[in-house]
Design a protein around this ligand. Structure first.
Ligand code: FAD
Length: 358
């Protein structure tokens, strides 16, 4: 018999988990219950705010999820234009002074694991570097227009028979009674992101926000750009990415740990825009900040988890299991398929343990 599954959360983690489960388990009943759905913009819902691009952040040892996600994002870009993803050249710039700081591995590593992932990875020549940077690399990656991609994922899930319901859970246990079939859930998938900090029965105090302020502009900059550091505040970043299909260009940003503030700060916004026009004056035809045409200012909270993402199974009671998939910080899209694959593996493991039932 196929299991009855309830997924809590409709961000990129919940939607991708639902999609892969629907493909992998024939005849299973899948319900997604969430406070926020594609189309909503809210500080408690990280997914719509993301750029989102694929710029690997993991170490070589932790690269499983990004490695497994890249082929599917590449396939969707090549074969499924309605998913709202396009290829974009990426330029990553390193400053030696940032390389000494802890944590400056991942995207800015000098000998990154992902040089074998992209067909055209290369180190940049000195005459290609931005002023103030010491080295860099280039490769062709993708940028996802999340305003198109999230509804597309939702549509793919509906096509596969997944049923969507609004609901706000106070305790993860409530999901047991929320399947559209009326049957008790055998397996609950917890993809509540930062919500896992407050949700009863989970209350994961390792979860923390990393505030991300961005500016979305109509101006175009066909090359994505990331620099390892800035001369401004410690939480300030510089990155850009142009979303597919007229989605505008995201200018970033900040990486501000433990800051819950949802309102955009005008001073930060000005610093973001100034840094971008200084690095790439062509984005505003040389007119500086005044040449930027702002669509909106935004703030999202990256769902960070001290100790790393939580993807594991847990027994709730004699007949119910939970599979957790939350805490993806700033890489929820670029790890989405790899993480959802692991959710499927854990569900398979649970089914194997109770073969007679599910
Ligand atoms: P969320 O999108 O936050 O979804 C959580 C879901 O759980 C929501 O539906 C919510 O309503 C629901 N929920 C929570 N609690 C409850 C409850 N009690 N009851 C019912 N429902 C509940 N990632 C990349 O890969 N590439 C990028 O370029 C990138 N750029 C980013 C830029 C910004 C500005 C930000 C903010 C993030 C960026 N990220 C990027 C990170 C990415 O957005 C997140 O990792 C990802 O969206 C997390 O998705 P999620 O589904 O786990 O959580």
């Amino acid at each position: 018999m196929a299991p009855t599954i309830v997924i809590v959360g409709a961000g990129v983690s919940g939607l991708t988990s639902a999609l892969l489960l629907s493909k992998s388990i024939k005849g299973c009943d899948l319900t997604i219950v969430a406070k926020h759905m594609p189309g909503d913009y809210d500080i408690e819902y990280a997914s719509p705010w993301a750029g989102a691009n694929f710029e690997p952040m993991s170490s070589r040892e932790g690269s499983r999820w990004e490695r497994r996600t890249w082929p599917e994002l590449k396939r969707l870009t090549e074969e499924v234009p309605e998913a709202g993803i396009h290829f974009q050249k990426s330029r990553v710039y390193r400053r030696n002074k940032d390389m000494e700081a802890e944590g400056q591995l991942g995207l800015f590593a000098l000998d990154p694991w992902f040089k074998d992932l992209f067909d055209d990875y290369r180190e940049l020549n000195n005459d290609e570097l931005l002023p103030g940077t010491d080295s860099g690399c280039g490769f062709t990656s993708v940028c996802i227009n999340t305003a198109i991609y999230l509804p597309w994922l939702l549509g793919q899930c509906r096509k596969a028979g997944v049923v969507f319901k609004r609901g706000v859970l106070r305790n993860i246990r409530e999901a047991k009674t929320l399947s559209h079939t009326g049957r008790p859930a055998d397996i609950i998938i917890n993809t509540t992101g930062l919500g896992a900090r407050k949700l009863g029965g989970v209350e994961d105090t390792a979860m923390a926000p990393i505030r991300a302020q961005i500016v979305l502009v109509r101006n175009e900059l066909p090359t994505m750009l990331s620099v390892s550091g800035t001369e401004d505040e410690p939480a300030d970043l510089i990155y850009t990415m142009q979303r597919a299909a007229g989605g505008g260009t995201i200018l970033g940003g900040t990486y501000d740990m433990n800051n819950w503030e949802s309102a955009p700060d005008p001073n930060i916004a000005l610093r973001i825009m100034r840094r971008v026009v200084e690095a790439r004056p062509d984005i505003a035809n040389g007119k500086g900040v005044a040449g930027l045409d702002v669509i909106r200012h935004g703030v999202g909270l990256r769902p960070y988890r001290h100790g790393g993402v939580r993807i594991e199974d847990e027994k709730l009671d004699e007949s119910t299991w939970i599979v957790h998939n939350y805490g993806h910080a700033g890489w929820g899209y670029q790890g989405s398929y790899g993480c959802a694959e692991q959710v499927v593996e854990l569900v398979d493991k649970i089914r194997a343990q109770v073969k007679s039932k599910l």
